[in-house]
Design a protein around this ligand. Structure first.
Ligand code: 13P
Ligand code: SF4
Length: 335
């Protein structure tokens, strides 16, 4: 297909809408394309199971950023959401970064529009800005240091105790970190739609029916859920805890995609998705789940849609990203 027609198709839908021969084995085709194009497929745990299985590297946001920073591939195929692709591009100006679906955004990143955040920051000129990686490149460019859920404590501790801090965009993670560190960071009022929807009532009832089960939760969850959690951590930390802990049953309060890896890494254990406060009873991130194996194959084949970024923006956003990677390296942190 002509590349201009392909680009036009992406403009309307955000991904390539091309019929694929039903007899093609996409697992084989994706492996072929990886070799042919010296491409690496990085995937987040919230991706559908087939994508996790075909990925070269699967991880939490810190691990994925660390991997993107050191890859020798010519093309980075990011099976995740837009801010993750942007992060890879910030770290790799010379490489092509493609995403299966350009419309795979993030409700948390969307909760911090650049103009409103600039006004918020300008009103607090003596504050250091620490931003969670789930934000746009524009917000990163206005930040002093980036963090993820697995390194946030170390990042905050790298700032002198009496230094005022703005934490953006996740108010739940920020409130949790304020409690952990005894600080009083000013919090931007943003949240993730998936982690905000868990029902305290339903989880409490589930715990009563399964008294032997431990509740493990991502720190993007609301305080009421975190209060009753037995363990709190990033996706990788939740996975490692579930594998190592003696307990055989876990209620998992994060996006349901992580259960695929939990079942693989701890086959004898039981994992129950924490019930949300909605009727469909699913904890899927509608953005993460926009990516499919078919879209992944097409984006590798046509090298589209691609993440394109203004160079000034990239260079400015790189500084706080680099600070995060340096602090994490010095602290021996890997995602
Ligand atoms: P981590 O995988 O870094 O814990 O992040 C979770 C998340 O919400 C990604 O969108
Ligand atoms: Fe964003 Fe939440 Fe989806 Fe993660 S799970 S990509 S934070 S909307």
């Amino acid at each position: 297909m002509n590349i201009n027609i392909a680009k036009e198709k992406i403009f309307s839908k955000g991904y390539l809408d091309i019929e694929i021969d039903a007899t093609l084995d996409l697992f084989v085709e994706i492996e072929r394309l990886k070799k042919e194009k010296n491409a690496v497929v990085l995937a987040h745990y919230y991706q559908e199971a087939d994508i996790q299985d075909v990925a070269d590297y699967l991880g939490d946001s810190l691990a994925l950023a660390q991997h993107a920073a050191k890859t020798n591939a010519d093309m980075i195929v990011f099976a995740g959401v837009h801010f993750m692709g942007e992060t890879a591009k910030i770290l790799n100006p010379g490489k092509k970064v493609v995403l299966p679906d350009l419309k795979a955004g993030c409700s948390l990143a969307d909760s911090a529009p650049a103009d409103a955040f600039k006004a918020f920051k300008d009103a607090r000129p003596n504050h250091v800005v620490i931003s969670y990686i789930n934000c746009s490149a524009e917000i990163k460019a206005m930040s002093d240091i980036i963090c993820t859920s697995s390194n946030a404590l170390k990042i905050i501790e790298s700032v002198p105790y009496n230094q005022p801090i703005i934490f953006a965009p996740d108010k739940n993670l920020g409130a949790y970190l304020n409690k952990q560190t005894g600080r009083n960071m000013v919090l931007w009022d943003g949240a993730c739609m998936v982690h905000e929807i868990f029902s305290l009532e339903k989880i409490t009832r589930l715990k009563m029916r399964n008294p032997g089960a431990k509740l493990i939760a991502h720190p993007e969850c609301e305080e009421s859920i975190l209060k009753i959690a037995d363990f709190i951590g990033s996706t990788t930390q939740l996975l490692k805890f579930a594998v190592k802990d003696n307990c055989k049953e876990f209620i998992v309060a994060t996006e349901a995609g992580i259960l695929h890896q939990m079942h693989k890494d701890a086959p004898g254990k039981v994992f129950i998705p924490a019930p949300p406060n909605n009727n469909c009873a699913c904890n899927d991130c509608p953005y993460m789940k926009l990516n499919t194996l078919e879209k992944l194959y097409l984006c590798m084949q046509y090298e589209l849609p691609e993440i394109i970024m203004d160079e000034n923006l990239r260079v400015t956003a790189l500084k706080p990203m680099q600070r995060m990677l340096d602090i994490s390296r010095a602290a021996g942190l890997v995602g």
